[in-house]
Design a protein around this ligand. Structure first.
Ligand code: G3I
Length: 481
């Protein structure tokens, strides 16, 4: 049975996807300088500004939340989300304020979505997706093919039925959220721990053989060509026999053209399984294969400075690898961690920020210990929203609207990150600068920096898709006043 994609008033690629992030004004970086309005690479300047203005004293303000700070580094910062906590005000408040990506912790697993063959129940997962979308968050899909949380009926199928069931599950689930999931964990934990580098026994491995992973990825690509397709595993964070086995599989896939876009490193760390010394090196070697790398389920047992230092190490490793596109922690608060009785997350059981939180925020370039508890547009800053305005066979135009909060501003800075191999070919109504990767564009005004309270302006750009139609990610709006 093929489930129809969710009813939407408009397809996701036309939606104002990204959260109108409040560029909260905490902590001055005092990056004063002159930002002259250089000519843009504009081609389609339908509403081009003509005034050449110099913005003196363009004061950049540090981001005060994990999501905003990560976005300014061209990355996302996400969390696992459980649907049954979405009614809890502190949980939702922390989730909405701090994170710009959400991964359903259990709600997209096979036993939750297809408890009986061919009967799909999307309700709890839809609640999370809807919540995330309303907040402008990305959604990671977790997970399609996994030996665990697998309903009993799957294990009792014969080979042909199992193959059909696996492909139908992937096609139906990905089809339900087609265009709405940033990255999917297509196959999860397919390798054994230990020194063998062997495949883990599972119904899929045992009946379909080694080729099941490749088959799952091919089916996934057909089901949602816009989603990034990831292989995800644990104890693969350092260089060891297990990560070598995954590495060899990814290298083989890339060489033979099997569709794979990313590798997820779960990064569940504790005293027995500490952050490996070669963590960054390991991320880098996978990235060098031509895949993105993502830290997908981060949590680190411990407390205080030691825990903070470990978190800092992980964040710095990701920032040092240009294809490390984001970090997800495996839960909002210690209260609901899967590590029962543990304290592995960034917020304690009362939603207080822990030293680990401050360390992560600082490593991302944000303001440690601070944070605006109320990222409301009315704080004298600015917000941003995105809309795709046109699409052709090889490109699309995007428009970012920048709106001042309850005080006038004299300038703004917004980052826009596109997904390689996409390229921005033209821009208008703004002055762009680029990071070394060419994927992260920092846009500043082109004569349209002075905004009265509540007033908005917009800038635009053309993205050459080069086969990838993932929507750009916006960093928060940083205002100058
Ligand atoms: O929802 C039921 C509840 O109705 C029942 O009363 C209760 C009693 O046991 O169980 C509840 O379900 C539990 C579920 O979490 C939701 O809390 C399951 O028993 C429990 O097994 C399940 O654990 C999840 C675990 O995956 C299962 O393998 C954890 O929440 C989840 O954090 C964890 O996540 C995994 C990733 O998917 C893959 N990588 C490792 C990671 C940590 O184990």
């Amino acid at each position: 049975m093929i489930d129809a994609p969710r009813g939407r008033t408009r397809p996701r690629w036309r939606s104002p996807l990204r959260r109108a992030l409040a560029g909260t004004a905490v902590g001055l970086l005092a990056a004063t300088g002159l930002v002259a309005t250089a000519g843009t690479t504009q081609a389609a300047a339908d509403t081009a500004q003509t005034a050449d203005t110099v913005l003196a004293a363009d004061t950049a303000l540090a981001a005060s939340t994990l999501g905003d700070a990560a976005a300014e580094r061209g990355r996302y910062f996400g969390t696992a989300v459980a649907a049954n906590h979405l009614g809890e005000a502190d949980y939702v408040g922390t989730l909405n304020r701090e994170f710009n990506s959400a991964t359903p912790e259990n709600e997209m697993k096979w036993d939750a979505l297809e408890p009986q063959r061919g009967q799909f129940t999307f309700g709890n997962a839809d609640r999370i997706v809807d919540h995330a979308q309303a907040q402008g968050m990305d959604v990671r899909g977790h997970t399609l093919v996994w030996h665990s949380q697998l309903p009993g009926w799957v294990g009792s199928l014969g080979t042909n039925d199992l193959r059909a069931a696996m492909n139908n599950h992937i096609t139906t689930v990905m089809g339900h959220w087609r265009g709405e999931i940033h990255s999917w964990d297509v196959v999860n934990e397919a390798f054994q721990d230990g020194n063998s580098g062997a495949r883990r026994s599972s119904p899929f491995q045992d009946r379909l053989g080694n080729g099941y992973i490749e088959e799952a990825f091919r089916t996934a690509r057909a089901a949602d060509p816009n989603a990034k397709l990831c292989y995800n595993d644990y104890n693969t964070d350092g260089i060891n026999a297990k990560s070598n086995a995954v590495y060899n599989m990814v290298a083989d896939f890339k060489q033979r053209g099997v569709p794979i876009d990313c590798v997820g490193f779960q990064s569940h760390f504790n005293a027995q399984s500490p952050v490996p010394a070669d963590f960054q090196q390991n991320l880098q070697r996978f990235a060098a294969l031509g895949v993105d790398v993502q830290i997908t389920e981060l949590d680190i047992e411990g407390s205080g400075t030691a825990q903070a230092n470990n978190y800092r190490t992980v964040v710095n490793a990701c920032l040092a690898v240009s294809r490390c596109t984001g970090i997800t922690v495996w839960g909002v608060t210690d209260k609901y961690s899967w590590r029962s009785g543990g304290t592995p997350l960034l917020f304690d059981g009362n939603y207080n920020k822990k030293p680990a939180y401050d360390a992560v925020l600082a490593a991302l370039g944000g303001t440690p210990g601070g944070g605006d508890p109320d990222p409301d547009p009315g704080d004298g800053s600015c917000t941003v929203s995105y809309e795709e305005t046109d699409r052709w066979g090889d490109r699309f135009n995007g428009r970012v609207t920048v709106r001042a909060g309850d005080r006038a501003i004299t300038g703004w800075t917004v980052t826009v990150t596109v997904t390689s191999p996409q390229r921005v070919s033209t821009t208008w109504n703004g002055t762009p600068s680029w990071d070394g990767s060419g994927n992260v564009m920092t846009m500043r005004p082109n004569g349209n920096g002075n905004l009265a309270a509540g007033q908005s302006t917009s800038f635009g750009f053309t993205v050459m898709a080069n086969g990838t139609w993932t929507q750009p990610r916006l960093g928060g709006c940083v205002a100058s006043t």
